[in-house]
Write a protein that binds this ligand. Structure first.
Ligand code: HSE
Length: 332
């Protein structure tokens, strides 16, 4: 499978690292990846015979195949001879760019797409799925919600026989970290936010985390991907966590509850709001963890807990999608 990587930041590099580590497994599952291009903001590495990932990781832009200022993704994707694009540029939920253009061009030129980029899916989910269907291509996006948590795989494969009624979860690690620190250690809101930023979890603009925009974006992708709705972020009732104080979390604790920032969607309601959760609930996960619970009609409740961010964790979801597409394409 010829692959082009668009965006070689922390997640892109982790994908390359894990690809190198798992070569033996790939042979066993009949996956022969050949990375023919890696596009960055300011240039690219291109080799139709396959780039040496090890060299790219160690030498970066000093590698001989690096060409600065040339062959940008949006100019090259359509003509590039490859089977699959991995779109990992930074999320932009204002206009989805540049990821939106990359995904549209890739699908329109007959390539499958795997992405970790929330922006294009939040803004244009139905349109992108329509293009993918028309072109008979796959667009998978496991890494966009809950980092490593394989919620779309589970819903699509393991729970196929079920009707999924609602989805509840904690979808933002930064705000969960802040609430946990306030509850367990009486740390002030601002100090807890600073710690989350130092850990590298927060968005570049942390208001996206604490005001619930990031969680709402993920909820929209869950709703559209799993409940097959056509929601947009404007449909979500959003209330952030900025008004929560250590006193509130303490009072809740005394009654056996935790204050958690909970996303909820069913076919009538979609919201991200602070809620009181019993301390014994499966949703009561702490620190930067994410949790996603699916209410279904046959299996009842299925709850998945895991790391919602982190380059290596996120690469697990991306490679899971790539391997899934490889399997489907090999079967056909
Ligand atoms: N800022 C996000 C979070 C990163 O804290 O969960 C993962 O999307």
């Amino acid at each position: 499978m010829k692959i082009a990587i668009v965006g070689f930041g922390n997640v892109g590099r982790a994908v390359a690292e894990v690809m190198l580590e798992r070569r033996e497994l790939f042979q066993k599952v009949d996956f022969e990846p050949k990375v023919v291009a890696v596009f960055e903001r300011d240039g690219s590495w291109i080799d139709e015979n396959g780039l040496k990932l090890q060299e790219l990781l160690s030498k970066g832009t000093s590698s001989p195949s690096w060409v600065e200022g040339a062959a940008m993704a949006e100019e090259r994707l359509a003509d590039l001879d490859c089977d699959l694009i991995v779109e990992m540029t930074v999320t932009n939920i204002e206009d989805g760019e540049p990821g939106l253009t990359h995904i549209v061009e890739a699908l329109n030129s007959g390539k499958d797409v795997v992405t970790s980029n929330k922006g294009p899916l939040v803004l244009a989910f139905p349109e992108l799925m329509e293009i993918a269907e028309k072109k008979n291509r796959m667009l998978l996006y496991e890494a966009t919600v809950g980092g490593a948590i394989p919620v779309f795989h589970v819903a699509r494969e393991a729970l196929l026989v079920n009707r999924i009624i609602s989805i509840t979860g904690i979808l933002n690690g930064t705000s969960n970290y802040i609430l946990t620190k306030m509850t367990d250690e009486k740390v002030s809101f601002n100090a807890a936010l600073r710690e989350a930023q130092e850990k590298g979890y927060a968005e570049a603009d942390p208001t996206y985390d604490i005001e619930g925009i990031d969680a709402a974006s993920k909820l929209v992708i869950l709703a559209n991907g799993i409940l097959k709705t056509s929601k947009s972020i404007k449909d979500v009732r959003i209330e952030g966590i900025t008004r929560i104080t250590p006193e509130m979390t303490e009072l809740a604790m005394e009654d056996g509850y935790l204050v958690k920032h909970i996303g909820y969607v069913d076919r009538n309601r979609i919201e991200v709001i602070p809620r009181l959760i019993p301390r014994s609930s499966p949703l009561a996960v702490g620190g930067t963890l994410n949790v996603i619970s699916l209410k279904t009609d046959v299996a009842q409740d299925i709850t998945l807990i895991g790391r919602g961010a982190g380059p290596r964790e996120t690469s697990s979801a991306i490679l899971g999608d790539i391997l899934h597409i490889n399997k489907i394409r090999k079967e056909n």
